[in-house]
Design a protein. Sequence first.
Length: 805
Amino acid sequence: MSESRPAAVIVLAAGEGKRMKSRTPKVLHELCGRTMLGHTLAAARELDPGKLVLVVGHGRDQVGQAPEAREAHVVVQEPQHGTGHAVRMVTEALGAIEGTVVVTYGDMPLLRAETLARLVQAHRDSKHAVSVLTARGDAKGYGRIVRDGTGAFTKIVEEKDATDDEKRIDEYNSGCYAFDGLLLADAIKRVTTANAQQEEYLTDVIQILRGDGHPVGTVEAQDSMEVLGINDRVQLAGARKVLNSRILEQHMRDGVTVVDPASTWIDVTVTIGQDAEIQPGTRLEGRTTIEPNATVGPACDLRDTIVGDGAEVSHTVARNATIGPNATVGPYAYLRPGTRIGQSAHIGCHVELKNSSVGTGAKVPHLTYVGDATIGERANIGAGTIFANYDGARKHPTTIGDDAFVGSNTVLIAPVTVEDGAYTAAGSAIDADVPSGAIGVARGRQHNSAGWVERKRPESRAAKTAARVRSAKNKGELYQVSGMTAPSQKKMMLFGGRAYPELAAEVADCMGIETAPARLYDFANGEIMVRFLESVRGCDAFVLQSHTAPINQWIMEQLIMVDALRRASAKRITVVMPFFGYARQDKKSRGREPISARLVADLFATAGADRLMAVDLHTAQIQGFFDGPVDHLFALPILAGYLETKLNVTNVTVVAPDAGRVRVCERWTDRLGTPLAIIHKRRDPDVANQVKVFEVVGQVKGRTCILVDDMIDTGGTIAKAADALFEQGAKRVIVAATHGVLSGQAVDTLKNSRISEVVITNTLPVEEEKRFDKLTVLSIAPLLARAINEVFNDGSVTSLFDGQS
Ligand code: UD1
Ligand code: CA
């Protein structure tokens, strides 16, 4: 092309373009990723002209300062007196230009650089003073090419100045010319306005040069589409379609599969690698790059986005994003600016990302917003996770580590970090960092209100079903018995009594074991009948019963279950009583009293129990009542673990409500690293459950006190202990007790006390009417499940409790 390198290309773009009906200057309307002006100037630049001149008038600031006009020499034509006038302005501003001067228009976006080059080459070869690029076809509106009898080109007649004969000519002026620059500069001065439009016609230069005896000629464009001047938006749309087909055709010839060219739109600025596949309904814009072997679409709209080798992207909108090799995105993903998807990562359905990076192999599969985040390699973001990056005023970052697992429906409240290999529990609102290897749990505990459906929705279908299930249960038909077989072929079975079947179910659930049926029911006179519905021969039996009211009935039922198991040849029978009934009566305080705790242990031994398991015995000596292994579990990790997450332990004092609790409380202070206080109290021996509080030994002033006890019965003792602490200046009192007996006035007493929270476990059922705002019930089931598993697998639970069992 350098041989035919012109001295200048002048692009005319001063006209108004009224028919666009737009505030945007005509030449700044866009097609296929560039303005008309951009396309024209790009073609002009390919000729590598000595000078690139742009004539502006209407909207001259916008047009002259458009980014695509950079490097062009801008000449202002004001007012606009025609195409000849426009060129005169250029020669007046720049002087006569020696060599070939090409004149073309800013509104001919389909004109190819090759065609311009051919015009320049033909012009040089012919040594004409001017060569006019012409086209044939529907000439309406254009200046006609007039030839003499010999067919020699003589002049151009504008349609408004044409005779009827001339109007029938089908060869027309494209508006694009190659001039001899010096001759043009001279002739342009002699153009008049003696025509229908009273304008200076550039076309008049031809007759002037011919009059001076210079040869003039034409070059015919092979494709008349190329010289289509765009005047309105209908023509713009037509041109866009033509240009798009050209772009698609080029990509297909270069080895790209375009499944449906009719519904695919690709900007001139897009690059696509070999064997990439573009599916229907896809639009690729701006500086988008599709690497080889990638599949994009159906229905993608990508702008300034890089899609890596082998990646698959469907139904996705992306702006300024990078998708790594072999990553999969969509359907229905929205990648906003600054999104960087790592290699082989997966972004799924209804996921929006902004200014975030997703590590290699990480997954964000469903219904998630990710903003201002860094997600580590192989991390998994659960369904419905929201990265809450905006506090209403500012944006904050979130970091998710490598191999981290974010549970479904987590809200990550930035700034926050979930470290490498950390988890978050489903449904958590995480606003504090989760250390490596930890699980962040931040959600309300579920509470099932038993019988609610039948009470509150008595007419509903659900109520009828619930009633049916309840009556079946009462007949003992649906009692769950659970079994598990260890690798050694030992068979474990979990049996639940009727006192608190929910707990047995929860324990079974924690262990992931199956249920097997049993029948437990009462005869009319209150006698209890038990029958297991599958073989228990040789099994390792765990019989779970909660010693709740009516306690005698439930202890008796558990005894009968043990007896039934023994007679059916169970290999070992472990009695699981989360709360050991009668444990308070573990010694004779005075004459003529029983030691009922001992009797209970004896009864189970007699029935056939081989082992006992209980949580937080009233006193450790009870273990000695049973002539076999006793697993004494502590709820401390559950209670203290819960309080640790809620309290600032630097201001906490653990308080023993009496001297008997000191040993247990020391375990609390060891764990929390807090000081200990003791309440010295005296009982009135004639009144059951009545206590006189005397003094507090230890520092409680201004502190948060955790009163630790094994059980809360009527609540009277503990409320008075709390009063004593407040008298000594305690700031706040929290009660942590393992067993919520909650009898008599307990609920009212605690509700009306100044205690701010009562934390218990569900070793005993806590019925709906016993629940109150300040009461927190933690589940003991995970602890029981672990202990049962340990006993079943190694016959020992010591590993669970740092040797303190
Ligand atoms: C012009 C030609 C006509 C040709 C047609 C092709 C003349 C007298 N006629 O007609 O033979 O067939 O183009 O499209 O040249 N412009 C300026 N300043 C002006 C007037 C126009 O810069 O004062 C620019 C416009 O912005 C446009 C181009 O020149 O880019 C053509 O102007 P337009 O008014 O469309 O010319 P036509 O009358 O269509
Ligand atoms: Ca025109």
